[in-house]
Ligand binder design. Sequence first.
Ligand code: AQP
Length: 332
Amino acid sequence: MTRVFSGIKPTGHLTLGNYLGAMRQWVQADQHRSDALFCVVDLHALTVDHDPARVRRLSRQAATLLLAAGLDPELCTLFVQSHVDEHARLSYLLECVATDGEMRRMIQYKVKAARERERGGSVRLSLLTYPVLMAADILAYGTDEVPVGDDQAQHVELARDLAVRFNQRYGHTFVVPRATLPAVAARVMNLQEPGSKMGKSDDSGPGIVYLLDEPDVVRKKIMRAVTDSGREVVYDREGRPGVANLLEILAACTDGNPAELASVHRSYGALKAAAAEAVVEVLRPVRARHQELCADPGYVEGVLREGANKAREMARPVVDAAYRAIGLLPRV
Ligand code: AQP
C-alpha cells in the first residue's frame, strides 16, 4: 500500500491556504487510499522567533483542527513530531549528506531569513537546516508520496535528492518520495497582496482567511479582496492574479474548474460573493466540529498518544537501518 506522509507547522492559526493546498486532500483522498501519517511538525516552529506557550497552544489547536477537518484516527496516524525522537535522530545523519549550498538555495529560507533580518532579529541555524529535518520526517517512514501545497515542493525535491544520495553512498536504505500537489489552489494567494502566498505567520490579517474565522469575517475579507481595475472576469494567473485567486478558491471549494467559473460569474462582485459563500460553507462543519473537540481535550490527547506510539514503531527500524548503513556501531 502506498505510504503517505505530510505535516503542518504550528507557526500561526491555520489558513484557507493550508486547508485547500493540503488538508483537504489528506481528508478526502489520502487517508482513504493509502497508509497515511499526518504530523504537527512542532520542531519546525522553533526555527523562527517563537513564544513557547504559543507554540504549545497552536500545536494542540492544529491537531484539533486536523481532526475537525475530518482526519479519522481509524484510517490514518496523527501525531506530534517532537513525540517521536526518530525525526531528530535521522536529521543529523541527513545533515551529513546534505551541503550548505543546497540549504542556502531554498526559497523559503531566503524569504524567511530576509523577514527575520527586517524585523531586526538574527537568523537561527535551524531555519537553514529545517529542510533536512523535513527530509527526515518524510524518509523515516518509507514515504512514497508527500501531499503538499506548491510552496513545499522544493523541500520534497530535496528529500528525494538526499534519499538518492544516501542510497548511492551507503546502500539502499530509503524509499525515494515524490510530492503530490492539488489540481487547483496549490498556492492560495493573500487576498490583499495577490502576488504573495497566503501564509499563516504573515502579518497581513485582512488578506488571510483563518479556518476559525467567523462567517461574517470570512465574507468581509473576501468581499474586500484586491482584484484589479478591469471589469471582465477572466482566468489569467499572470495578468489578473487577484481574480485568478478568487476563481481558484471558488473552484477548490465547489469541485469546479476556474476557467469555466470565469464564464459563469460576470462581475467581480458576483464572483466575490460566490467565493465567500463557498468558503463559509466549506468551513462551517470544520468550525462546529472544532468546538465539539475543544470540549473533549482528553480525546485529542489520546489520539496523539496512540499516533506517536504507532509512528515510533514505524520509524525506528528505518532509522536504525540508516545508522548501521552510514557506519555507526549498533547499540549493544
Ligand atoms: N497559501 C497556500 N496555498 C496552498 N497550500 C499552502 N500551504 C501553506 N500555505 C499554502 C500548504 O499547507 C501545508 C502546511 O504548511 P506548513 O505548516 O508546512 O507551512 P508553510 O508551507 O511554511 O506555509 P504557511 O502555512 O504559510 O506557514 P508559515 O507562514 O509559517 O510559513 C503544506 O503542504 C503547505 O504547502
